[in-house]
Write a protein that binds this ligand. Structure first.
Ligand code: 4AD
Ligand code: MG
Length: 477
């Protein structure tokens, strides 16, 4: 029996037959004739209180694994309706309470200590709850997308393309490093003959930064598709929002409206619906109820994400205008300057979501020069004010949660954009070819999974939103 299912049954009646609970001891408080231990098996947030008479508690220390046989009885103490009266104990794996890195203390173990002990971190209440949240999120996404007739597909993790063109790729080397070339004297004359030129250098291969380009290929047949996979970026940003290995949920849809504003809205609607649906589903879980007790602002944040009201939508140009207005009366509000043509920094993004809107907000139509080659430009822009049909979803406390866009669907225009970005067309012929055979107006987005975990749990650092965080070397966190 798991604790979660035993608790459900025990709310109806105290158990008559003894049951066995296998778990880890989270704390053990010894009194004169009786001991109280909290045991958890990972199925519930707080575990259960076990009551042991003198002698039965021998060897039970924080961190040990044990098998407790007993019955649920009404608890005379405050804080729980039922307690587990232990009749028999089997100590399975002992634990040295003196050296155990994550003791159960009032003030809790600092996040930095837990991160250094990532292998034991899942024993901490919040980390275990976060892992159950991730699992339920994936299920909620799968069910939501299935209900909208999206097909889940997989893209390769090893690829020769740098989708975002930001040069933040990890290069993949295959096999052991090649031996050094032989000295010139050892080279036979035939091997240097003009008839056998040296082979061309192998195409470099990288870990994927985004599955988008391959997702577009599959979308050009299955239309409504999504993928959920790791992404890798050699990020130098050492912030609470960046990882070098993170998970991304990406979706792609075709046959969009002929007008950019409504086509982009169709893509934003897909993103908005998946977030709303996942948030609603998760808000009903015990784990999120626990996180609400840990973070006072979380309830309002969840209300914002699950609200039936459409999320606010602003163009970049409007966003810059409201930021400039704010700066004109609060000159020292931000560290970074605000000006049309400059990127929005996290401090601006947070202000827009937290102060200006008070909830999630889509910012659309960013200036073309700051965006990757594949994004579809907006028609009819004034010179020097060119924008693309793209969006970021900004959320309170975090800033960017999603990035998405319409894709350039015309082969000639895409070649042109690649040349402007200094991208070698020959490396992307397959991607260009998608435009030659039955192109459609299409678009999609990518959502940072750990950032969504942070939104739903109130955890402040994405390093605490994945079991084994891989972040910048020498990180200050
Ligand atoms: O905005 P990004 O770079 O967009 C893309 O990669 C598109 N190709 C996606 C698409 O359209 N299919 O990344 C998407 C999201 C960001 O909004 C952010 O939430 C997350 O991925 N992200 C990161 N999360 C954690 N650590 C990092 N280093 C991240 N970089 C991006
Ligand atoms: Mg982005």
């Amino acid at each position: 029996t798991t604790i979660a299912s035993a608790l459900k049954e025990s709310t109806v009646a105290s158990s008559t037959e003894p049951i066995t609970i296998n778990g880890w001891i989270r704390s053990c408080r010894r009194q004169k004739n009786i001991s109280f231990a909290v045991i958890n098996d990972g199925s519930s947030v707080r575990g259960i209180q076990a009551v042991l008479s003198k002698g039965l508690d021998e060897g039970l220390t924080v961190g040990c694994s044990a098998s407790l046989k007993g019955r649920f009885v009404d608890s005379p103490g405050k804080g729980q309706a039922k307690e587990f009266k232990v009749e028999q104990v089997e100590l399975l794996g002992k634990s040295d309470a003196e050296t155990y890195p994550i003791p159960n203390t009032k003030q809790g173990v600092p996040a930095t200590v837990l991160r250094r002990n990532a292998h034991l971190r899942p024993r901490a209440t919040a980390a275990a709850a976060m892992l159950r949240v991730r699992s339920k999120m994936a299920l909620a996404v799968a069910e939501h997308f299935d209900s909208e007739e999206f097909v889940r597909v997989e893209a390769p993790l090893i690829t020769s393309s740098d989708c975002e063109g930001a040069g933040e790729v990890f290069r993949v080397e295959s096999g052991p490093t090649a031996p050094p070339p032989p000295p010139p004297s050892a080279v036979s004359p035939t091997s240097s003959s003009p008839t056998s030129p040296p082979p061309p250098p192998p195409t470099p291969r990288y870990l994927t930064v985004s599955s988008q380009l391959h997702l577009e290929a599959i979308s050009s047949s299955l239309n409504r598709v999504y993928t959920f996979s790791p992404a890798f970026r050699a990020e130098k940003s050492d912030t609470a929002r960046h990882l070098q290995e993170f998970w991304m949920l990406e979706a792609e849809v075709g046959f969009l409206d002929a007008e950019n504003p409504t086509a982009l809205e169709q893509v934003m609607d897909v993103a908005e619906r998946v977030i709303r649906s996942v948030t609603r589903r998760l808000a009903q879980t015990d784990d999120i109820a626990y996180f609400k007790t840990q973070s006072p602002a979380l309830a309002a944040q969840l209300d914002g994400l699950s609200s039936p009201q459409p999320y606010a939508r602003l163009t970049y140009t409007e966003a810059v205008r409201v930021l400039e207005d704010y700066v004109s009366t609060n000159p020292s509000a931000f560290v970074h300057p605000v000006k049309w043509g400059l990127s929005l920094q996290t401090e601006h993004e947070k202000w827009l979501a937290e102060q200006h809107v008070g909830g999630p907000v889509f910012v659309t139509d960013y200036p073309t020069p700051m965006k990757p080659f594949y994004m579809l430009p907006n028609p009819g822009c004034a010179e020097g004010r060119e924008t693309t049909a793209c969006f970021d979803l900004l959320v309170p406390r975090l800033g960017e949660l999603i990035g998405g866009s319409l894709r350039e669907h015309d082969e000639g225009a895409l070649r042109e954009a690649m040349r402007r970005h200094g991208i070698k067309e020959e490396d992307y012929e397959w991607y260009l070819e998608l435009r030659r055979y039955g192109t459609t107006r299409h678009g999609g987005f990518g959502l940072g999974w750990e950032r969504l975990v942070a939104c739903l749990t109130g955890l402040e650092n994405v390093r605490d939103c994945i079991a084994f965080p891989r972040a910048t070397e020498g990180s200050r966190f």
